[in-house]
Design a protein around this ligand. Structure first.
Ligand code: PLP
Length: 462
């Protein structure tokens, strides 16, 4: 250090040092444009806020009792009458069914669950300072880094409690669906820790083209097969894979079904993200974010970071989705099935139709025809805004992030980054300081084919 730094001249986010006679030979040349100064980021400028393990939230935040309007009840797929707990009992443990309808504002997180969350939680809050500098924006951009989990995304936050409650209920085996494999790998990891068998139905196109998450699933000891199981020529869809997984669970006493998004209890489990982020923003000296941004597929990642901020009307909440699967921005608000075959209860939500097969964009986790009823309710009430982007604009943003911050975001996460960059540019145009918080829902290290397609100009917009 001594070799480089001399007398401090200015102190803000950057500090300029004059090279002293002791240190002061610029290594470049005697006429170097540095004119005897070097610029370094202030050491006092923190980039990362971590909490200690005992600051993992002890309770999940439940939005249900404070929603502006109550949710419409789920309907039985055959009778179209509101369903009760007994209708769901073949598929879910009672504790999760209770959470689905609970009106308690806080729900305790079991100690066994916290114990496992401690493997990677609390996750860091990071300031994307280099991205800010590259955009020349007065906005301060923070992201909550969920990519540090064992499966590389936010999904284990709910996989662990779901596996726990099923284990406590005496269940031996779980079945689920997965698109590109994020959810399937998260559940395989959680099932493995609770010594449960796990059966994953993976959308066939991903099973064949993207082997790495399939290998993760198998490494954690689960079984994985391509879906739809009864049509080997079909590329598959999330809706069809849900049908396969629900049919599996409904047909076996020892098996329950597990869903990685959409349902109220899944969003509940993900609120640890927003609760930690609130605390970390305070540590960073921010009173509140001006906006919270997240990508939205079934809504659990977005709900996890955004729901703890709903009560503060000064915070804008922005959900980013693909133009190729524009559920919130172009869907119809209606009752619809969660799966293709019509086996699941009907949910009141924005939907593109349960038989909608989205184009095979790389953000596999955002290719779902519906969305969480909680998120849809808040979009309808205009508390949440939604934006949609084409794939190439999304990858422009992903690469800008990678070239400034270093890490490679998941294609899903890149939708949020696109929205963040647009808001940061708007802040520059308007000359206003804004505090932006976004969910870094996963890394893209197993999605490099998508980056290759983008870099080689092979990426279609839909
Ligand atoms: C990295 C990543 N981010 C976001 C999502 C979308 O999550 P959600 O369905 O909770 O909206 C997914 C879904 O698989 C994902 O893998």
């Amino acid at each position: 250090m001594e070799d480089v730094f001399g007398e401090e001249l200015l102190g803000s986010e950057y500090t300029y040092f004059r090279l002293t006679s002791k240190t002061g030979i610029c290594k470049n040349s005697t006429n170097c444009i540095c004119k005897g100064f070097v610029k370094v980021v202030n050491f006092s400028l923190n980039m990362r806020w971590t909490l200690s393990p005992d600051q993992i939230p002890q309770a999940w935040f439940n939005i249900l009792p404070t929603l502006p309007t109550p949710l419409d009840p789920p309907l039985h797929p055959a009778t179209r009458q509101p369903i009760g707990p007994d209708d769901l009992a073949p598929l879910f443990p009672m504790a999760l069914i209770a959470q689905e309808v609970s009106t308690d504002p806080w729900i305790d997180i079991p100690g066994e669950v916290v114990d496992i969350l401690r493997l990677w939680r609390p996750t860091p809050l990071v300031r994307a300072h280099r991205l800010e500098t590259a955009l020349d924006t007065p906005a301060r951009i923070y992201f909550k880094d969920e990519s540090v989990s064992p499966a590389g995304s936010h999904k284990p936050n709910t996989a662990v409690p779901q596996a726990f409650y099923n284990k406590t209920d005496g269940i031996k085996r779980l079945s689920t669906e997965t698109g590109a494999g994020q959810w399937g790998s998260a559940l395989a990891f959680a099932a493995c820790l609770f010594d449960l068998e796990c059966m994953v139905y993976m959308v066939r196109a991903s099973y064949e083209q993207k082997p790495y998450r399939r290998i993760l699933i198998e490494t954690w000891g689960a079984n994985v097969v391509p879906s739809p199981v009864n049509d080997p020529t079909h590329p598959g869809s999330l809706g069809a894979a849900i049908s396969d997984a629900v049919a599996d669970a409904a047909g076996r006493e020892d098996t329950h079904y597990s869903l990685g998004s959409v349902l109220n209890h899944v969003l509940l489990h993900q609120t640890v993200i927003g609760l930690e982020a609130k605390e970390q923003l305070r540590l960073a000296g921010e009173e509140r974010p001006d906006m919270v941004i997240g990508c939205c597929g079934g809504g659990s990642n977005f709900g996890g970071i955004a729901l703890p901020f709903v009560e503060d009307p000064k915070v804008r909440l922005i959900a980013a989705e693909p133009s190729a699967c524009p559920t919130l921005t172009a869907g119809k608000f209606d009752y619809d099935f969660g799966d293709t075959a019509g086996l699941t209860p009907l949910l009141s939500m924005y939907t593109l139709g349960h038989d909608f097969i989205p184009p095979s964009i790389h953000a596999g986790g955002l290719r779902y025809h519906g969305d969480a009823p909680i998120i849809c309710n808040l979009v309808r009430e205009k508390r949440i805004e939604a934006v949609a982007y084409h794939q190439n604009k999304v990858f422009d943003a992903a690469v800008a992030f990678a070239r400034t911050q270093g890490t490679i975001p998941a294609p899903e996460t890149a939708h949020a980054i696109r929205a963040v960059i647009d808001e940061a540019i708007a802040a520059r145009r308007d000359g206003v300081e804004k505090v932006i918080l976004f969910g870094y829902s996963g890394h893209g290290l197993l999605d490099l084919t998508a980056y290759d397609d983008y870099l080689q100009g092979r990426l279609s917009d839909d």
